[in-house]
Design a protein. Structure first.
Length: 508
């Protein structure tokens, strides 16, 4: 008769319960793991045998019997070392060395050779999957408790070693369940505050609009005009995370191994180098993993030197910028990753960076043409606001006596108020913003009076707006109206939105 325990596996960005079955049969010693196990899972045989021996129990190698471990469902590829804990317990239970009831229990953890448990990635989605599957007790390694304690309505036990877990399961030395930890909103201390940025009022206004409606934005100007500085200050004006958003992005970063500690309380800010490959940006691999776009979910993806990225990398942005998801198809399966990001692209006006500044541009016409072709029409259409950033005068930089500009906290209050209006507009969906509106919602919430219709008609003809660009102008106008606490889009809101949709030739 076989013994069955339960563990879990990450599939994409979600957890999935896995049955760990073990059977002992008399005969020459042989230890096999079946169920599409990868190299890390297959190597668990050595870790399990050593951990059992060093925990004071009889090693599987000390007795002649065939050990067969099956990880079900058998058609799902198993990877990683998180099955070690459940395999060891299943063997001890099946061999009669320990006795406990495994019903309703879920085991996660990698075993060290001395029997101690090592923390694992992706603990949060695994616990959520176990709770949803009806398990009531979950045993996790020491070191994973910070994020695990966020989950309610389940008993969590933090275990430091195999022997400690067995003493608890056999009711010899009880382990106290972890106390639930409440989610507390907090803002990270940012290195840059908007009050410290001299000049560039036009760019600050554009960033505020982008933050309020979650719009994509491009910053264009010569080197040293503050593009990177403003982009890095952007997280300081974004609204706080809700609990559901915090769980979502914490799960993603836990799986990717980029989680520093506990739950993420600040929106992610990702800044990949322009030499990044398209796979590192969108995700992928033999076993698809999230890329930089998914790691920036619910936050900011900052692409500095945007045209310097490989053209293939830039073009991969089309689907995530429009659909806010990434669909990855590989031979081993297809997955869809979330990609609700705010893109901030920064670029120079030409390869040398001096075009339009007080310095002479040394770029040849051929270089300018090649530089401009790096950004296709579909990519340009998907960016809502285009902000020109001229050089800042020395007087503004050196003037310490002028009245300080608005702080990030001041701007964040306006942005948060505009987001609250959008939440009410879209049926109390806190994750939906003006940038996410579909055509039906644009028609309903961006209705224009005859005067404003004439303005947008003239602008569409003069700027040669595509249908996508036309709708994005309306979305931006709706956000500007929200910042002004106006129910209707007025002429001044529409005119301001139009100025962020210039001709391509004005920049590239």
């Amino acid at each position: 008769m076989s013994t069955k325990l339960h563990s879990g596996q990450i599939v994409g960005l979600a957890g999935m319960p896995i049955e760990v079955e073990i059977d002992l049969t008399p005969g020459l010693h042989h230890f096999s793991i079946v169920g599409l196990a990868d190299k890390a899972v297959d190597e668990s045989k050595e870790r399990v045998c050593a951990a059992i021996k060093n925990s004071g129990f009889r090693s599987p190698r000390k007795k002649n019997h065939r050990i067969t471990v099956n990880l079900a469902p058998a058609d799902l590829q198993k990877e990683g070392a998180l099955f070690d804990f459940s395999i060891a317990l299943a063997y001890l239970l099946e061999s009669g060395q320990v006795t406990f009831n495994p019903d309703g229990k879920f085991f996660l953890g990698e075993l060290a050779l001395d029997g101690s448990l090592r923390s694992i990635r992706g603990i949060l989605p695994l616990i959520l999957a176990a709770r949803d599957a009806g398990f009531t007790e979950i045993f996790i390694p020491k070191g994973n408790s910070d994020e695990a304690r966020l989950i309610e309505n389940i008993s969590l036990y933090e275990v430091s070693s195999l022997s400690d877990a067995i003493e608890h399961l056999e009711q010899k030395v009880a382990i106290t369940p972890l106390a639930h930890k409440t989610f507390e909103e907090s803002f990270a201390i940012h290195s840059t505050d908007f009050s410290e940025i001299k000049g560039q009022e036009f760019a600050k206004r554009g960033i505020e609009i982008a933050a309020a409606g979650n719009h994509h934005i491009a910053l264009i100007g010569p080197p040293g005009t503050g593009k990177t500085l403003i982009a890095r200050a952007l997280p300081s004006i974004l609204p706080s995370l809700s609990f559901s958003e915090a769980l979502e992005i914490t799960s993603i970063h836990s799986i990717a191994g980029t989680l520093d500690s506990g739950v993420m309380t600040a929106r992610p800010f990702r800044n990949p180098h322009h030499t990044a490959s398209y796979v590192s940006l969108v995700g992928g691999g033999a076993y698809p993993r999230p890329g930089e776009i998914t790691l920036a979910h619910r936050g900011v993806l900052f692409l500095d030197e945007f045209p310097e990225f490989d053209r293939r990398v830039i073009e991969t942005m089309r689907q995530p910028l429009e659909d806010r998801t990434i669909s990855i198809s590989r031979a081993r399966g297809s997955l869809t990753f979330p990609a609700s990001i705010m893109l901030v692209a920064a670029m120079n006006p030409c390869p040398c960076g001096n075009r339009g500044s007080t310095k002479d541009c040394v770029c040849a016409p051929r270089q300018l043409a090649y530089y401009g072709r790096k950004l296709s029409g579909p990519i340009l259409d998907r960016i809502d606001l285009w902000i020109s950033m001229p050089q800042v005068e020395y007087k503004k930089l050196a003037d310490d006596t002028s009245t300080a500009s608005e702080t990030s906290a001041d701007i964040r209050r306006r942005v948060t108020k505009a987001r609250i209006q959008q939440t009410k507009r879209f049926g109390n969906d806190a994750t939906k913003t003006n940038a996410h509106m579909n055509l039906r919602e644009i028609k309903k919430f961006c209705a224009l009076d005859p005067e404003e219709k004439q303005i947008i008609e003239n602008a569409s003809r003069r700027l040669d707006l595509s249908a996508r660009a036309y709708h994005r102008v309306l979305k931006v106008a709706r956000t500007i109206a929200d910042l002004a606490e106006s129910e209707k889009i007025k002429t001044e809101h529409l005119l301001e939105a139009i100025q962020y949709r210039p001709h391509r030739e004005s920049f590239l």
